[in-house]
Write a protein that binds this ligand. Structure first.
Ligand SMILES: Nc1ncnc2c1ncn2[C@@H]1O[C@H](COP(=O)(O)OP(=O)(O)OP(=O)(O)O)[C@@H](O)[C@H]1O
Length: 243
């Protein structure tokens, strides 16, 4: 079923540091939207606000899932996860001493997701055959690309409708970035997800994004309604492509 996000005029701060300044954006049902920007421009902060890990100081965030709109602003993160919103965090944040399967199961810790563990685990192993082969291996002994697959799999274990992916390219060789991005597109198709992906790797992001926004110093400085429009923007060409 359909899930969409509306972010309206959101401000967020860390003490005196204003990290988001009047950010408004939308992710329509079934879209993949890229949130572009170099380091420190507010991508992670926006992801944290959506998931309820940081409370915006102004504005609102609304998710509409299966026809029901919920104002997420100020809701606890667990309740937001229960609604069907999952985050694949920057740097993956896995438990290196635990096995692949143990890490995957941690994604299904909420009561609502627990009932669906067998089905979601099967789906994960279907989508990531390598994880099935390695399911008893400790995650810390796996390659960066494999770890990124575990992080994606863990998010899928809570049966999300909206997937937030924060900088999946961090720490990965270019070929692995390409594979990760393709996997995100594949998961999106198979599960009918709506995806918001923060990424500073412009070329990889626009391979799968329908459109995107560029954040600069916590503000949306450009909105491109297609990958071509993003690539043609002076802002993107100057700051991200060095042209
Ligand atoms: N915990 C924190 N305490 C204080 N300031 C923070 C904190 N986290 C982020 N910031 C600041 O907020 C701003 C936005 O950071 P944010 O992490 O959202 O950017 P980003 O675009 O995701 O970059 P990165 O890819 O480096 O995470 C930056 O100026 C950053 O220094």
């Amino acid at each position: 079923m359909a899930a969409s996000l509306l972010i309206e005029d959101v401000d967020a701060s860390y003490g005196a540091v204003r990290a988001l300044d009047g950010v408004s954006l939308t992710v329509a049902a079934g879209e993949t939207v890229a949130l572009l920007g170099t380091n420190g421009n507010g991508k992670t902060t926006l992801m944290r606000c959506i998931l309820g890990l940081l409370r915006p100081t102004r504005g609102r965030i609304v998710a509409t899932i299966d026809g029901v709109s919920t104002d997420l602003t100020g809701m606890p993160a667990e309740a937001i996860v229960d609604l069907g919103i999952a985050l694949v965090p920057e740097g993956r944040r896995l438990f290196p001493r635990l096995s692949v399967e143990e890490n995957l199961l941690l994604g299904a810790y909420r009561r609502t997701a627990r009932a669906a563990i067998p089905r979601n685990l099967e789906f994960c192993y279907d989508a990531f055959p390598r994880l099935k082969e390695r399911r008893t291996q400790s995650v810390g002994s796996m390659s960066g690309g494999e770890q990124q697959m575990v992080a994606l799999g863990r998010a899928v274990m809570c049966a999300p409708k909206i997937l937030l992916v924060d900088e999946p390219s961090v720490g990965l060789a270019p070929i692995l970035v390409a594979r990760t991005v393709e996997k995100i597109a594949e998961l999106k198709e198979k599960l009918g997800l709506t995806v918001l992906m923060a990424e500073q790797n412009f070329h990889q992001a626009i391979r799968i994004a329908d459109r995107g926004y560029v954040l600069v110093h916590g503000r949306v400085e450009f909105r491109g309604d297609s990958p071509a429009a993003l690539g043609d923007s002076d802002l993107v060409r100057k700051f991200y492509l060095g042209l």
